[in-house]
Structure formats: structure tokens, C-alpha cells
Design a protein around this ligand. Structure first.
Ligand SMILES: Nc1ncnc2c1ncn2[C@@H]1O[C@H](COP(=O)(O)OP(=O)(O)OP(=O)(O)O)[C@@H](O)[C@H]1O
Ligand SMILES: [Mg+2]
Length: 468
């Protein structure tokens, strides 16, 4: 996968070659241009100089020709002298004076060869051209000038090479070096990502395996739970029949319905059988209800329920325990208490279980307050707050579990079976509601039950169902 970012050396080589070509072409152009210019201007200078020399010599000879029109050409000594005063020793190497026919009158020096700077000027005797002066010299200055031009050209070409080749190549090397290090870092990052990807894929596979086995386990558990609930429901049903006989006959004995019992102790035993039978029946009923809820067999029989009326019913059932313990019970209702769409029997069970828990765990002189609120979005909410012994917040989940007991059963004398709260929770959830407990040891416990707004019936003239 990482080969994707391999550098392309061909492009780099092409670029280097192109840079070199451009730099060399510019350098050669600069060298040729500078040398050419120096050479050209130098040569022009030399030629101009020679021409001026020739013109000066011609002018001097012209003066003599004006004074002596016939004798000037004959006096060759004078001509040589004039020319030697004009030309510099180092400069003019060759001269000749011509008459009007073009014949050489006088000449001096040695003709410098093929590479010369030459100048010609006419000799005029005042009216007509009577001769000419020709001067030629080797252009020494030109070579110096041209060498200077060549030197300057070389220096400038060097600069051009430096600017157009050396500097860009250096910049290119630096850029390529940086790119290479980025590439290496990128490759390392990609390898890391590939490793991470592999790891994630492996973890993903493991997770889906775990999910599969969890689904399988859940299915198994659901099946086992259903089997357990069905077994419990059947067993509970089978147990209730003989238990009803035990309760009925023990009650008859207790009440001496068919004749007096002579021994008082038998009466006492019959009372024990009766209350234990009832306790057992309650327990079996709770278990049966819980098992039915778990197996999905318990259904709601909905009707309009007045919460305040239910509360009064539960309160009168528990009255002997309330007054016996000197507890204060209060119900706080809103000004227009709503009606509920619920299963009346199950609602009574919910309220009864929570109230009896509060009564059971609140010591003498304590208070238990039940209050109702309705909220348009949350729905119907009721709280039962007691000032009892409370429990540690971490024990609350345990209290909500079937047979969950908080505290030490050997120490506590108010211990029950631990089915009240889980059954209450199941019944609340069957109504689409939720239950929550808030508790602090030594401060008290508040149970909060919420039913959805769709279960609220508003009174006020006609009864109507509120929307959730
Ligand atoms: N209001 C409360 N104050 C303090 N502890 C409570 C309160 N309500 C419940 N508990 C704790 O939660 C435990 C479970 O309560 P739950 O109602 O399920 O069972 P129980 O009352 O012991 O037995 P029963 O099945 O007869 O109701 C109780 O044993 C008690 O320790
Ligand atoms: Mg209870």
C-alpha cells in the first residue's frame, strides 16, 4: 500500500537537466554578448582613432600643399617627419602618402598583417584633392579591451550559472530532502494506521463473535426464565388449593364454628395455623403474580381509577399498624386531582406494598407523606416519603431484586420475603411507568412512581383523556 507514495526520480532528473540547459544557454549568451559588445566597441574605437590620426596628418600636409602646391610631394623627408610627429610610436605601425594619381610618394613602418585598424584622409591644397594619407596599425588596445570583455563575460556567466543553476539545484535538493523526510514520516504513519486498522478489524471480529454468543446466551436465558416462570405459576396454583383448605379449616377451629374446643392451646395453635397459612398464601400470590408478569401472562384490566379513593382503602387496611405505631400519615393532593386509566387491583397492590414498606420501616412517631403531581410531559407522579430508618443508596438495587433483603435478617424483626418491591416494580412497568427509590440511612426513604401522561384522566365537567 505504501508504494503509492514512492518518489518519481524521472521527473526530478528531467527537471535537473532542463535547469542545467537553461542556465548554460543563458551563460553562453551572456558570455558571447558581453565579449561581442566589448570587441565591437573596442574595434570601432581603434578604427575611429586611426581615422582621426589620418585626418590630422592629412590636414598638416594639406597646409603645406596650400603653401607649396608643387613642392610638398617632393619633400619626402618632410612628409615622413610630419607623419612621425602625428602617430604615436606604439600605435601606428604603417603609413603611406599618395599623390593625386594614387602613386605612393612616401611610406614608413611595416604593414601589420591581416588584422588591422586602418584610416584614410584626403590631402587638399585649398581647392582640390591632391593626395591622400593612409595609416594602419595593429589594434593593441582592442585585444586588451576584448580580454576585459571576455573576463567580464566569464564573471557574469559564472553569476548566471550560480543564479540559474547552483541556487535552484540547491533549493531543489533541500525541497527534495524535506519531501523525502515527509514521505518517510508519512509511510511510518500509514504503517501505524494499517496496524491500527488490522487491530480494529480483529477487535470487530471478536466483538461480533462476543455479540453472537451474548445473543445466544440471552435467548437461552429467556427460554430458561420462561420455563422457570411457567413452573412457578403452575406450582403456585397447585399449592393454593390445599392452602385454602388449611386456612378455611383452621379458621373454623379458631372460631369454634362447629362446636367448642376444650383445650385453649388448640385454639392458640389453630390461630397460628390460620395466620401462617395467610402469610403463605400472600407469598404464593406474590410469587404467582411475579411469575405471571415475567412470563408475560399478566394482563391489565383497565378502568378509571381515583387515586385518593385507593389511598383511603389501603390506609383503612393498614389502620391497625398505623395507630399501633403512632405514625402520622398525610396525603397531599392537587386542587383538581386527576383520575387514572389503570388496573385498579394492581394499582391497589402497588400503593399497598409501598405504604406497608414505609409503615414497616418507620419507627414509632414518624411520618409518611403521600403526594401527587401531574406534568403535561412527564405524566402522573406520586411520591411516598417516610422518615424511617432508610437504607444505603448502594442497597437500593438489591431491594428491588426478587427476595432481595437489606439488612441482617437475624438482627431485624421486620424482615419480609423481599417480593413486595420487585412485584411493585413489575406492576408499575406493566402500566408503562417507572419506579425510583431515594434513601439515606437514618433520614428516610422516598419512593417515586411515574405513569405516562396518556394514563391521566382530567376531571372538570366531562372526562377526557389527555394526550401524551
Ligand atoms: N421504606 C423503606 N425504608 C427502608 N427500607 C426499605 C423500605 N422499603 C423497602 N425497604 C428495604 O427493601 C427490602 C425489600 O423490600 P420488599 O418490599 O421487596 O420486601 P419486604 O418488605 O422485605 O417483604 P414483602 O415481600 O413482605 O414486601 C426490605 O427488606 C427493606 O430492607
Ligand atoms: Mg415489602
Amino acid at each position: 500500500m505504501t508504494e503509492l507514495i514512492q518518489p518519481d526520480h524521472k521527473v526530478e532528473l528531467r527537471l535537473r537537466r532542463r535547469m542545467k540547459q537553461v542556465a548554460v544557454a543563458f551563460a553562453v549568451t551572456v558570455l558571447l554578448a558581453i565579449s561581442g559588445l566589448f570587441f565591437g566597441f573596442g574595434y570601432l574605437g581603434e578604427v575611429t582613432h586611426v581615422r582621426i590620426e589620418a585626418a590630422r596628418a592629412a590636414e598638416l600636409i594639406s597646409l603645406r600643399a596650400r603653401v607649396d602646391p608643387t613642392g610638398w610631394a617632393l619633400d619626402t623627408k618632410q612628409l615622413d617627419k610630419t607623419l612621425q610627429t602625428i602617430h604615436g610610436e606604439n600605435y601606428t605601425v604603417w603609413y603611406e602618402v599618395l599623390d593625386w594619381n594614387g602613386a605612393v610618394i612616401s611610406s614608413g613602418g611595416e604593414y601589420p598583417g591581416p588584422f588591422v585598424a586602418a584610416g584614410v584622409a584626403d590631402i587638399i591644397d585649398g581647392a582640390a584633392v591632391v593626395g591622400a594619407v593612409r595609416i594602419a596599425g595593429r589594434p593593441h588596445g582592442l585585444f586588451q579591451f576584448a580580454s576585459l570583455g571576455l573576463l567580464l563575460g566569464l564573471v557574469l556567466s559564472g553569476c548566471v550559472i550560480f543564479i540559474l543553476w547552483v541556487l535552484p539545484v540547491r533549493a531543489l535538493d533541500t525541497a527534495l530532502g524535506r519531501t523525502e523526510s515527509y514521505r518517510i514520516a508519512l509511510e511510518a504513519r500509514i504503517s501505524e494506521l494499517e496496524l491500527t486498522q488490522d487491530m480494529l478489524e480483529r477487535q470487530g471480529a471478536e466483538l461480533s463473535q462476543t455479540a453472537d454468543s451474548l445473543f445466544h446466551a440471552r435467548d437461552q436465558e429467556q427460554k430458561a426464565n420462561k420455563a422457570k416462570s411457567e413452573f412457578l405459576a403452575n406450582m403456585s396454583h397447585e399449592l393454593r388449593t390445599p392452602l385454602n383448605s388449611i386456612i378455611g379449616f383452621s379458621e373454623m377451629v379458631k372460631l369454634q364454628a362447629i362446636g367448642p374446643v376444650e383445650n385453649e392451646r388448640y385454639l392458640e395453635y389453630a390461630g397460628h395455623i390460620y395466620s401462617s397459612g395467610n402469610h403463605l398464601l400472600e407469598l404464593i400470590n406474590d410469587m404467582l403474580d411475579l411469575a405471571k408478569v415475567e412470563s408475560g401472562k399478566l394482563e391489565l384490566e383497565e378502568e378509571v381509577v381515583d387515586f385518593a379513593e385507593l389511598y383511603e382503602g389501603c390506609r383503612s387496611l393498614l389502620e391497625h399498624r398505623i395507630s399501633g405505631d403512632g405514625l402520622r400519615l398525610a396525603l397531599v393532593l392537587p386542587s383538581d386531582p386527576p383520575l387514572l386509566l389503570a388496573d385498579k387491583r394492581k394499582m391497589r397492590q402497588i400503593l399497598f406494598n409501598l405504604l406497608s414498606n414505609a409503615i414497616k420501616h418507620t419507627p414509632r412517631g414518624g411520618s409518611i407523606t403521600t403526594s401527587i403531581q401531574t406534568y403535561p410531559k412527564v405524566g402522573f407522579v406520586f411520591n411516598i416519603a417516610d422518615t424511617g430508618k432508610g437504607m444505603a443508596p448502594e442497597d437500593i438495587p438489591k431491594a428491588l431484586e426478587p427476595f432481595g433483603q437489606v439488612g441482617d435478617p437475624l438482627v431485624s424483626d421486620d424482615i419480609g420475603t423481599g417480593l413486595g418491591l420487585p412485584l411493585t416494580k413489575a406492576l408499575v412497568e406493566l402500566h408503562g411507568g417507572t419506579i425510583g427509590l431515594a434513601s439515606l440511612p437514618g433520614v428516610g426513604t422516598t419512593a417515586t412512581v411515574k405513569f405516562p401522561a396518556s394514563r391521566i384522566f382530567l376531571t372538570g365537567g366531562e372526562v377526557k383523556q389527555a394526550k401524551a
